[in-house]
Design a protein around this ligand. Sequence first.
Ligand code: WT7
Length: 652
Amino acid sequence: MSETSLPFNEKYSPSNAKVSSGEKRKKEWEESLKNPQEYWSEKAKAIDWFKPPSKVLDDSNPPFYKWFPDGELNISYNALDRHVKSNRKNKLAYIWEGEMGEVKTYTYYQLYREVNGLAKALKDFGVKKGDRVAVFLPVIPELPITLLATARIGGVHAVVFSGFSAEALADRVNDCGAKILVTADGSFRRGKPVSIKDNADRGLPNMPNIEKVIVVKRTGQAVQMKEGRDVWYHDALASAGANAYVEPESLKSTDPLFILYTSGTTGKPKGVQHGTGGYLVWAYWTLKWAFNPTDEDIFWCVADIGWITGHTYNVYAPLSMGITAFLFEGTPDYPAQDRWWDIIERHGITILYGTPTAVRMFMKFGEQWVLKHDLSTLRILGTVGEPINPEAWKWYYRVVGKGKLAIIDTWWQTETGGFMISPASGIELTPLKPGSATFPLPSINADIYDEKGQPVQAGTKGVLVIKSPWPGMLQTLWKDSDRFKQTYFGRWPGIYYSGDYSVRDPDGYFWLLGRADEVLKVAGHRIGTVELESALVAHPAVSEAAVMGKEDAVKGEVPVAFVTLRSGFTPSDELRAELIKHIRTTIGPIATPDAIVMVNKLPKTRSGKIMRRLLKAVLVGAPLGDTSTLEDEGSIEDIKATYNDLRKQLTK
Ligand code: WT7
C-alpha cells in the first residue's frame, strides 16, 4: 500500500451508530496523559484485588516499569471466582465449535470447576509459583482452561502455536525452562485429524526439563504414551477429584503471567514476558474502549490462542469482563466457503473481530456466500494483524456490515499486551476512515519519528514510537533484559520503538504502513526473515540465503527466498521442493516460502553486505536505482533472469 493512495479525506459514519465529533474521546485521551496516576487508579477498580495498589506506576528504573507495584491479585480469580460469586454464575463463558461442527458450552461455574480440577492436578505434578508450563494445544476449551489453571497457582504459561514444528517447540520450551507440557493427541483440519502429539514426541527427546506431559484426547487417534511421563488430561482431572478447589495464589501485580514467543530481527525468537496487574487492567479497558461489550454480546475473536490476540481477547479480557466469548477450532472455508457466516447466523454472534487476510479471502470467494446468511445479530466488526487496505475495509463495511456497522481496526503487537491505536466505540464512536486505525487509546503517547528521531509532519512517513509507558506493555524479554532494552528502547532512550511505519493525515489520524524492520507479516503471522534464512542455511545444500517479503493479494505478504547453493548441488525442482519441506519441518507450515530462487550469486557490496534493496526491486519489478556499490554488477541481471523464469514456471 503506498501512502499517496490512502483515502485521507473519506469519512464513514455507519448508519447504526451515533455520529460523533470525536471530542469526548480526545478529552479522555488528553486527561489520561495529563494525569496517569489518577486515571489508572480509578480504572484499576474494575479489577478485584486481594490487596489494592496504593501506587499506579513505579518508573524509577526505566524501561523496567512496574504497574500497580504493591497491588496483589489473581487473574483466574478475576476471570472466574468473582463471576461465580455473582449473578453471572450460570452465564455462558464460552461457546466452542469444533472443526466438525460439534458444539460445547461452559458456564462460568463449569469453567471454574474444571480450572480448579486442573490447577489441583498441576499442583500435584509439582508446579509451583513461578514455574513455567508449556502449552501446545489447538483451539479447544482445554487451552484457556490450562492458562487459567496455571495462572491460578502462580505458574507462568508459555503457549506455542500448535502449527509450529517439533524443533520450534523444543527451542521455545527449552528457552523458558518449562517442566510440564500440555498437549493433545491432535486436532481436526479440513475434516481430517492431524496429529499434534506426534510432533511433540519428535521434539521431546530434546526437552530435558520436561517431567510430565498432559495429553488432551481430542481426535481419539492412536498416540504413544510414555510410561511415567505422559498422562491423559481426563485422568489427571479424575485424580484431582470432582470437587477440587485450589485457593488462588495471591500474586504481586508484577509477577509474570506468561511468556509468548514472537519473531524479531535475529534468528532467535523473543520471549515476550507479560505481568499480571498491568496486563489485566489493560486487557479489560482496551476491550471496553474499542468494542464496549455488554451482557447481551457474544464476542468472536477469530485468532488462535497460540498468538497474543487469542491470549488477550479470547481469554483474559472477555472473561475478566464476564461476557460470553465464542471459540472456533477450525478452518474458515471448511466444509464450505460460508463457514464464518454460517457460524454467525447459528450462534447469533454480535461482535466479529477478524483479520484483513480473511476479509480478502472472502472477497475472492464472492459476496454470495455472505448474502446467503442472516447476519442481523452483528453490531460491530473488528480487524487486526496487518494493515487493512481500504478496498478490503470497504468490502467488509458494505457486504458484512451492510453499511450499518462500525469497523474497529486495532493496531497493536505481542509486546503491547492489548490495543494501542483504534477507534473508540464505548464512550462514543470515532468517525472512521477506511484503512486507518484512527487514534491512540488513553495513555498511549504515540508519535511518528524520522530516522534521526525527529517528529515528522502530517503526511510524512516515519516510524511509529510510543513516548511513555502504558499498563499492558511487556515487562521484559524472558531472561534477556539486555535484548529487551536494546530492541525496544535502544534507538532513542525512553522511547518505545514499534518497528512499524506510519503516517498521520492532516486530521491527525494514524495510518499503519507495515513493518520497518526485517519482519514479515504473512497472513497476519509475524515471521522473521532472519529465522527463515537461518533455517535455509542449516540445510546442507544451501550456502547463503536472503529472504524478502513480496506483496500478495490475499495474505498481504509472502516470503520469497533467494539462495546460493553449495558446490556439488545444482538447482532443480526436487531440491526446491525439499527446501520447502525443510522449512515446514524446522519452523512450520506458516513460514512456507512462496518461491525459492536459486541463483549463482547474491548481490553484495564490496564489503560483503547483501544488498537487500536490489532483491526487493527484482521482486516488485522496480528500477534498480544506484548499483555503483555493487561488487559484481552482472549478478543482479542474472538474478532478475532467474527470478522471471521461475515466476513464469510457477504461474503456468
Ligand atoms: C505487528 C504485530 C497484535 C495482534 C496480532 C499481531 C502488525 C497488527 C495491525 C493493524 C496494521 C497491524 C504490525 C505490528 N499489525 N495489527 N491493525 N494495522 N498493522 O501481533 O504478531 O505481535 O504482530 O502486526 O506490523 O507490528 P504480532
